[in-house]
Design a protein around this ligand. Sequence first.
Ligand SMILES: Cc1cc2nc3c(=O)[nH]c(=O)nc-3n(C[C@H](O)[C@H](O)[C@H](O)COP(=O)(O)OP(=O)(O)OC[C@H]3O[C@@H](n4cnc5c(N)ncnc54)[C@H](O)[C@@H]3O)c2cc1C
Length: 302
Amino acid sequence: MQQDAIIIGGGFAGLSAAYILGRARRHVTIIDSGTPRNRFAAHSHGVLALDGKSGLEILADARRQLAAYPTVTFIEGEADSAEGVIDGFHVRVAGQDTMEARRLLLASGMEDRLPDIPGMKERWGRTVLHCPYCHGYEIGGGPLGVLATHPMSAHQAAVVADWGDVTLFTNAMPEPDEAARSLLERRNVNLQAGAVSAIESGADEMLSVHLATGRIFEVKALFVGPDLHIRGSIAKSLGCQLEETPAGKIIATDAVKATSVAGVYAAGDIARAFGNITLSSADGVMAGLGVHQSLMFAGAHP
Ligand SMILES: Cc1cc2nc3c(=O)[nH]c(=O)nc-3n(C[C@H](O)[C@H](O)[C@H](O)COP(=O)(O)OP(=O)(O)OC[C@H]3O[C@@H](n4cnc5c(N)ncnc54)[C@H](O)[C@@H]3O)c2cc1C
């Protein structure tokens, strides 16, 4: 049966859109491969009334609630490809029949690519962190590190300085310019030039940041801005226009989260720079409204 909408990605954005469409009694299928971006962190913070709950638990609760809506269907798996035009999209998931829908919502999130430094990946989401607003409070002050990965890392270090005593490791990045240096000085950030060769566990739950020179710095946590990439190739193969942002390429959308391709919407981290759970959820709600109204008033939105 043709669905009103297929949502690719059942994370915070995708499930938020599903509430809107399910409650409008629209037939909606959510395809999800079960790997939300924050799956590495044991707790999520700064989420209204859910502070400290794990992201996976929040999503499991949402899936349970959504299962009560008779027009909402879940498919566990990875959407391999999507093609077609408005009112006739086809989505393929390995091992399943091809699914058809009038609208598509891309909510498949972003992939974090970390610098290739030994010891980094296995600590991601625990002591190697991306965002002080999400996890800075729990560290409780003390020595913190920021690993430079892009031109905005000096700004990141200046912000993280509100949560502790920061050292900015320039690693492979050029030394900050005059303006950035003066900002770092005002925020009492120490600048440490030189390649970082490894991250290891130190004594008393500290993290040892090893420089290639042999020097070792002990910090309680290391913040890093990973390289962000749109997951999969579906947005590209559909021809969705992308937008360059300081946080990497995202899918360009309008005020109701419609992409440049008629009938295709995008929400969450994939369609906004600097997202979090709340912002992605809000995006999903807006996309749900956009999809629903475009089904009602065909031609009103792209
Ligand atoms: C380590 C870490 C900790 C974080 N902690 C916090 C926090 O404490 N508070 C906070 O507000 N934010 C936090 N964030 C940010 C938050 O995780 C993201 O902003 C949020 O997950 C984005 O929601 P989303 O729905 O856009 O994407 P995601 O949550 O990443 O969900 C995307 C979903 O799509 C699925 N998917 C991908 N491709 C396909 C496909 N082809 N077919 C089917 N399914 C697919 C994935 O499996 C996933 O379930 C954290 C991020 C990281 C990296």
